[in-house]
Design a protein around this ligand. Structure first.
Ligand SMILES: Nc1ncnc2c1ncn2[C@@H]1O[C@H](COP(=O)(O)OP(=O)(O)OP(=O)(O)O)[C@@H](O)[C@H]1O
Ligand SMILES: [Mg+2]
Length: 386
């Protein structure tokens, strides 16, 4: 930019730049015969350590906003998780970042390439394992990887070496020559992850990598993800609606609800923000009256009182010291506390405090937004780089 300014000065011109958060567009112009004459244009992309950067990203389907003004950054080498319930906008975000969908407005840059301006650059830098299983059931595990390697235009010898390495990583060597039709769901997912890793992308995108898998298989997949992140320094961007996955695997988590990011931080910092503990209670009646009463408590032992309709419990920040105050307040209102428990906060509690509802409720649509499924959604295809 400084060089451009020097050049502009040297030719007696002015430089006008507009910065939109990820890059600048500049016009070089000179006053000639009383009017402004454009003599050159220049655009730059903001250079940073971010692997992913979105600025005011919005996606609407007809009049329904699946993503609303989303801005965030993922640092190189991070494992970043987008945590949200069904319909929150996770796959829509993933499809925009992997160039399968265009944003309605705003910008996104992946590995330094604009998803709209340079989709080829993005595709060459990423691996993408989508939510639905895409492997060919009639090919063997090894053949599926070979097909992927050829689609990535990988030379044959390099492909054979990388396929061996990946089959070893995801522990499928022994069944590599069997048709994937005979694989379990967990094995198929592991094979898909191997396919996404084959060309050693800068950024690996995983859309709900462990959905529907048992906890043991899920833990195995977390291990592979941690290995590629630590051994190859690969940035990982994943979506999930499992809070324990976000908690165990991710360096940072973005909570998404109704197409909006409502909080971003490390899982530990998010939980700490709720204070030391949580008290949850079930009452026989009058929960709103008790919420109001507890909200006015001035002892400093109780804060952030709310009613969670999904569990039908009143939840407050606090610890065991708050319990006598709660019983006193309930008795003053003639309300019986049926059950009460003190616990340390989880990401579920964080989600509840940011959104006012539990992680597993609803499909992410506001009542005000019209529901129109299907029509116009492109068929999801693998795009594992060039
Ligand atoms: N092509 C489309 N046309 C209309 N609405 C769409 C289209 N694609 C997505 N949506 C809507 O956008 C919202 C977000 O969908 P998306 O698939 O991104 O959610 P998600 O967070 O990935 O959900 P899940 O956890 O169920 O995979 C949903 O309400 C969905 O119905
Ligand atoms: Mg999804």
């Amino acid at each position: 930019m400084a060089l451009a300014l020097d050049c502009a000065g040297a030719v007696g011109a002015s430089l006008t730049c507009m910065y939109d958060g990820v890059g600048a567009s500049c016009i070089l112009h000179r006053i000639q015969n009383g009017s402004s004459l454009i003599i050159g244009q220049l655009s730059t992309t903001y250079v940073s350590s971010s692997a992913i950067r979105t600025i005011h990203l919005t996606k609407t389907f007809d009049n329904f906003a699946a993503l609303r003004d989303v801005s965030f950054e993922v640092e190189s080498g991070e494992i970043f998780g987008l945590l949200g319930p069904n319909g929150a906008g996770k796959s829509t975000m993933m499809m925009i970042l992997t160039t399968l969908l265009k944003p309605t407005s705003g910008r996104a840059v992946v590995s330094g390439f604009d998803v709209v301006g340079n989709p080829g650059g993005v595709r060459r830098s990423i691996g993408y394992v989508q939510q639905d299983v895409t492997i060919d059931e009639y090919l063997t595990g090894r053949e599926n990887l070979y097909l992927q390697a050829r689609l990535s235009r990988m030379p044959k010898e390099k492909a054979a070496r990388r396929i061996d390495e990946m089959l070893h990583l995801v522990e499928i060597q022994e069944r590599q020559d069997e048709p994937t039709l005979t694989y379990s769901g967990g094995m198929r997912k592991r094979l898909e992850i191997a396919a996404g890793l084959l060309h050693m992308p800068d950024v690996l995108f995983l859309d709900e990598p462990t959905v529907g898998l048992d906890i043991q298989t899920r833990r195995k997949i977390w291990e592979y993800i941690k290995t590629v992140n630590s051994e190859y320094g690969m940035t990982v961007f994943l979506t999930t609606h499992y809070m324990e996955e976000a908690d165990n695997l991710c360096d940072r988590v973005g909570i998404i609800d109704g197409g909006k990011i409502v909080g971003i931080d490390t899982p530990a910092a998010m939980k700490e923000s709720l204070g030391g503990g949580l008290v949850s209670m079930e009452v026989d009646c009058g929960h709103l009256q008790l919420v109001e009463r507890l909200s006015k408590d001035e002892s400093g032992l109780i804060s952030d009182v709310r009613y969670d309709p999904s569990s039908e419990r009143i939840v407050t920040s606090g610890d065991a010291a708050a319990i006598p105050r709660i019983f006193q307040a309930a008795s003053d209102c003639n309300i019986t506390v049926k059950r009460i428990a003190v616990s340390t906060p989880t990401l579920d509690d964080v989600f509840l405090s940011h959104t006012g509802h539990g992680l597993r409720d609803g499909d992410g649509r506001d009542d005000g937004q019209q529901r129109r499924r299907g029509g116009g959604r492109p068929k999801r295809r693998a795009a594992r780089g060039g």
